[in-house]
Design a protein around this ligand. Structure first.
Ligand SMILES: [Mg+2]
Length: 268
């Protein structure tokens, strides 16, 4: 299905849906939720080098200043990391750690709600971090990232054998400790808080009360969000693969270009 003939109608369909939504003032307020990596920014080997595409940055600025539009970035990153990499405009809601953290970009920087872990959850997080470190040990290109409520095994830079073994070990660890594991593209994230992007997005929607939610994501973890939204919402899968989303963009560049035009049309 990934022939050029099959891709072109998907782009046209997405563009038409965005044009309709921008024109229809009856479908406001609007909540725009965007994943960061693989959506506003192309996927890169080193997550510290991730930057939004210029069109994505322009779209964020325009969306954040449009009346009746609320912009939220929804990411697996910690919100401090997300804030640093995405450089989102004032007023943007940041949902980090797959919903484990929330904050808002204020005039003087990130205003965050800190993660509150119980003593049991803190102990569990220590065990998770140690277990993943053991899975990574001696395997080139496998490394562990520590977040406020989770630890993440990264295998993107590892060979296939090392990646497979380390991933299996991480999933076994999660099963053994009876904690939540998210298996995404070259990552296994083990969180001590039971959260998904879907839970976080629904909570935000209930607070904001929009007529329509637009949500774009590229990873398996975004499927939780797609699945929780309704037929009146716009769900956009970026890239290839099975999805519950209604619409599709080929890659971050295509999504950001269309999003920038959409944001301009909304602001008219
Ligand atoms: Mg992503």
């Amino acid at each position: 299905m990934s022939t050029p003939d099959a891709v072109a109608p998907a782009r046209d369909e997405l563009e038409a849906a965005l044009t309709d939504l921008a024109r229809d003032r009856g479908r406001r307020p609007l909540l725009v939720g965007l994943d960061f990596d693989g959506v506003l920014a192309p996927l890169v080997d080193d997550p510290d080098q991730s930057r939004p595409l210029p069109a994505g940055a322009a779209a964020m600025v325009r969306l954040s200043t449009t009346p009746d539009v609320r912009l939220a970035l929804v990411s697996g990153r910690s919100i401090v990391d997300l804030h640093r990499r995405a450089d989102p405009p004032v007023g943007t809601v940041l949902v980090g750690s797959h919903g484990g953290e929330r904050g808002t970009v204020g005039p003087h920087g990130l205003e965050r709600d800190p993660v509150q872990l119980s003593p049991e959850q803190s102990d569990l997080l220590t065990q998770v971090g140690a277990g993943l470190a053991a899975a990574a040990r001696g395997r080139e290109g496998v490394w562990v990232q520590h977040k406020p409520a989770a630890a993440v095994l990264h295998t993107r830079m590892a060979g296939a054998d090392d990646a497979e073994t380390a991933t299996a070990q991480a999933l076994a660890l999660a099963a053994e400790l009876d904690v939540h594991a998210l298996h995404g593209k070259d990552v296994v994230e083990i969180s001590v808080l039971p959260v998904t992007k879907g839970d976080a997005l629904v909570r935000l929607r209930d607070e904001v009360g929009p007529a329509v939610v637009l949500y774009a994501g590229d990873d398996v973890t975004d499927e939780h969000a797609f699945a929780r939204l309704g037929p009146e919402d716009l769900t956009i899968k970026v890239g290839e693969g099975e999805t519950a989303a209604r619409l599709r963009a080929a890659d971050p560049a295509e999504l950001c270009d269309l999003l920038a035009s959409f944001a301009d049309a909304l602001a008219v």
